[in-house]
Design a protein around this ligand. Structure first.
Ligand code: CP
Ligand code: NVA
Length: 334
């Protein structure tokens, strides 16, 4: 029997602050239940005849496929809509598109540029809207990250996450808040140009303090990662920032996660894992890295026993499913 908080019915996820701490942890717990249920061979009907619109302005492997399979596994459907496919923002305003799609679909997942777009979709569609990444936040990613930490270490207690790299991107912003809400210590290691935005930092620090932990920022990565249990990184150039590639590579080279940095945690023989939201530049096998090789993480770390990146990627599906089920399925139908 699956259990989750009835308060999650009809709810949107625009950023992690959309949920109380308890609601966020409850969603992660529901994802763990759904994962176990799927592993037992159950493909249910919790989303029977529920239809979800996926509006994508940016590329995606994990978020797109997780959403489609999450809906399909439970008897629902998802339609992938890119900007050239629909009138969105060109011949039709976001507000009008929201009102149309809200009459047709049961929910909307949006990936794109402006945070204001996902907020406008939520304001006008009348259905739950989920943020599948904007320039500012990536909340569905962090649900999967926290699930991965919980299942690898057995709990989220007494844990320190050190994020190393572009400390003010969408993943870093949401990870900082997710850790604060979960009572996990968060350390950001970034050059001063890429420190977290002061307001985003202050908001997370206040939540962290309430939960008995803290948020710290270091410029020196070797100092910052001391005692960390999770080393986390993301690409140095996020989608939409491609013009900054050369500048970022020069700035972030000293922030690469390699075995020396893993060792600097002091936890090589203890509780330690490597996470990355993916895609990752860890080898010569991409168009970007075919000349230069690894960027934000070495192949050695990526392929090591510490790396849980594919558990993390799989967990995108279970956590997105938890979001869809908790928002769209009636408890009474169970
Ligand atoms: N981590 C993540 O969001 O991956 P995609 O860009 O492939 O969706
Ligand atoms: N920060 C990255 C995350 C990709 C999942 C980007 O926005 O491109």
């Amino acid at each position: 029997m699956l259990t989750w908080m009835p308060e999650l019915k009809g709810r949107s996820l625009l950023r992690l602050a959309s949920f109380t701490d308890e609601e966020m942890l409850n969603l992660i717990d529901l994802a763990a239940q759904l994962k176990a249920r799927r592993a037992a061979g159950v493909r249910g009907d919790l989303l029977h005849r529920k239809n979800i619109a996926l509006i994508f302005e940016k590329s995606s492997t994990r978020t797109r496929n997780s959403s489609i399979i999450a809906a399909r596994d439970e008897g629902g459907g998802a339609e992938y809509l890119t900007r050239p496919d629909i009138h969105f923002g060109k011949k039709e305003s976001v507000k009008d598109t929201a009102r149309v799609l809200g009459r047709i679909y049961d929910g909307i997942l949006f990936r794109g540029f402006a945070q204001s777009t996902v907020e406008e979709l939520a304001k006008w569609s009348g259905v739950p809207v989920w943020n599948g990444l904007t320039d500012d936040y990536h909340p569905t990613q962090i649900l999967a990250d926290l699930l991965t930490v919980r299942e690898t270490f057995g709990s989220l207690e007494n844990c320190t996450v050190a994020y190393v790299g572009d400390g003010r991107n969408n993943v870093a912003n949401s990870l900082m808040m997710g850790c604060a809400k979960a009572g996990v210590r968060y350390v950001c290691c970034a050059p001063k140009e890429l420190r977290p935005d002061e307001q985003v930092l202050a908001e997370a620090a206040a939540v962290a303090a309430k939960n008995g932990v803290d948020v710290r920022v270091f410029e020196n990565p070797k100092e910052g990662v001391k005692g960390a249990n999770v080393l986390y990184t993301d690409v140095w150039v996020s989608m939409g920032e491609e013009a900054k590639t050369a500048e970022r590579i020069a700035m972030l080279r000293p922030y690469q996660i390699n075995m020396d940095l893993m060792a600097a945690t002091g936890n090589l023989g203890g509780r330690l894992m490597f996470l990355h939201c993916l895609p990752a530049f860890h080898d010569f096998n991409t168009e970007v890295t075919k000349e230069c090789g690894a960027l934000e993480v070495t192949d050695e770390v990526f392929e090591s026993k510490y790396s849980k990146v594919f558990d993390e990627a799989e967990n995108r599906m279970h956590t997105i499913k938890a979001l869809f089920v908790s928002a769209l399925c009636d408890h009474a139908a169970l």
